[in-house]
Design a protein around this ligand. Structure first.
Ligand SMILES: Cc1cc2nc3c(=O)[nH]c(=O)nc-3n(C[C@H](O)[C@H](O)[C@H](O)COP(=O)(O)O)c2cc1C
Length: 360
């Protein structure tokens, strides 16, 4: 698969064809399944980490606690288990529907303390609905899953987590490494475990402009989590419609005047509800001449950052919904720069009121 060509096609105007079968919801890992034992003292609590991030555990039939384009959940997790874990060192495939693991093979020589969760995708699941628009969504979904794992570690206070989103590898696309703590300790400002499992994408319409202070907080979460890979702004409606971006002094500065939301609705596969949304946070960058590693990095980071913004919004009482399918969304050109230099990569619709939780 040529990612450069795939992204150019996904950004183009052509609509996908009819749906095809998505295939099994879980990758068919070989061998028998076994439970994840409870963690002993000083061990990394892998079972709870996965419960909060990747396990299907609510009564609605949702396949994961993290969001996913089209609720298709294409992300697969392989665990590289080292020492100080409740499972013997080795490689394991994770079954998120049953919260069980399949042992795939022995650990590398000289295993390190802790575990790494490697993320790959079953592309067919997302392709089944989005066709040629699937690849950016697959990468964004992987970024969201990485963020869910990273946040689970913070929430449980179970050690140090680092996310590898550098885009260099096609498989795994991303990895989150956990190092066990001496003793679990709470992390200041971390979300409660219940916040992570209760997270939902708010159902449109999402009316009501978020107060400026909250918009700043949500934008700051995205900026911090994207590690300089993308720029961020937000489209706001009346009484002062325009695009605002975070300024160095912590305030919001006006990037452009005029209501951008109708254009965003058209660019986001014609989702008309976006034109009436309180605000739309946008991650942008990833120029047309980006090569595959940079495309992967930008989309993985965008998914990671929008996830952080989404959870931050929820903790402040704002409704929000990721928006990942963008066509002809050349924000730079719309603002007067040369075409192809600055595309919308991912978005988060925000509002103060909405019609209920769950998916439309
Ligand atoms: C990468 C990504 C892109 C998404 N794009 C859209 C979108 O364009 N429009 C929309 O209404 N929802 C979008 N969603 C939200 C999903 O539809 C939602 O996560 C899914 O239905 C599961 O529901 P939940 O988030 O409440 O668990 C997106 C989610 C992700 C992760």
């Amino acid at each position: 698969m040529d990612l450069v060509t795939a992204l150019a096609r996904a950004r183009g105007p052509q609509a996908p064809g009819p749906d095809s079968p998505a295939g099994p919801a879980v990758r068919p890992w070989p061998g028998p399944a076994r439970p994840l034992p409870d963690a002993g003292a000083g061990q990394l609590d892998l079972g709870r980490l996965l419960r909060l991030s990747l396990a299907a555990s609510d009564a609605s039939g949702r396949l994961r606690p993290a969001p996913s384009a089209g609720a298709l959940h294409p992300v697969d997790a392989r665990l590289v288990v080292g020492t100080d874990c409740p499972l013997p060192p080795g490689y394991y495939g994770y079954d998120p529907l049953r919260h069980l693991v399949h042992r795939l093979g022995p650990a590398p020589d000289d295993p390190r303390p802790g575990a790494t969760v490697e993320l790959t995708v079953t592309a067919r699941r997302t392709i089944s609905h989005y066709g040629h628009r699937a690849w950016p969504l697959l990468l964004l979904d992987t970024g969201h899953a990485a963020a869910a794992l990273w946040l689970a570690a913070r929430s449980l206070g179970v050690g140090h987590a680092t996310a590898d989103l550098d885009g260099r590898s096609e498989s795994p696309l991303a990895a989150v490494r956990f190092v066990p703590p001496d003793t679990p300790r709470s992390v200041a400002g971390a979300p409660a475990p219940g916040d992570l499992t209760a997270r939902r994408s708010a159902r449109p319409p999402l009316g009501g402009a978020p107060p400026r202070g909250l918009l700043r907080t949500v934008l700051a979460a995205a900026v911090e989590a994207s590690a300089g890979e993308l720029a961020w702004c937000a489209a706001v409606g009346p009484p002062h419609p325009g695009l605002v971006e975070p300024a160095a002094d912590g305030t919001l500065r006006r990037l452009a005047a005029g209501d951008a939301r109708p254009a965003l609705a058209a660019w986001a596969a014609g989702q008309s509800w976006i034109a009436d949304t309180g605000a739309v946070l946008l991650g942008h960058g990833c120029p047309s001449d980006a090569e595959a590693p940079r495309i992967r990095r930008a989309h993985l980071r965008a998914g990671f950052a929008v996830h952080m913004a989404h959870v931050t919004a929820g903790r402040h009482g704002l409704a929000s919904r990721p928006v990942g399918s963008w066509q002809q969304a050349d924000l730079g050109a719309a603002l007067g720069a040369a075409p192809g230099g600055d595309w919308i990569v991912h978005g988060l619709a925000l509002g103060t009121t909405h019609s209920g939780e769950g998916t439309p």
